[in-house]
Design a protein. Sequence first.
Length: 117
Amino acid sequence: MGLFQTLKDKIFGSAEAKEIEAKAPPAAAPVAAAAAPAPQPVNVEEVLAHMAAKSGQPSNWKTSIVDLMKLVGMDSSLAARKEMAQDLGYTGDMNDSASMNIWLHKKVMEQLATTKV
């Protein structure tokens, strides 16, 4: 399992995500009783903001991949960020950590925004 999958699991499986999901209005019932409900989009920013508020620590997760990873309890070391960048298809210079971090944060947020659970 890649680090991006770990990040997704920590966000979508979090107590905060479950709290927010419980507050959301119920989805329409499926037409066929045996049909599984369609995956629902999750408001990732709301979940992360809730996590940040509960942490009581300052966090710049909206622009920093390091803070985002720390917020969900992941290793945010350069090695971990390089591994996640490789998982997500980064083709730039891995030694230019500033450019990689900017790309990685943007890519992670894009991927999270399209995830349905």
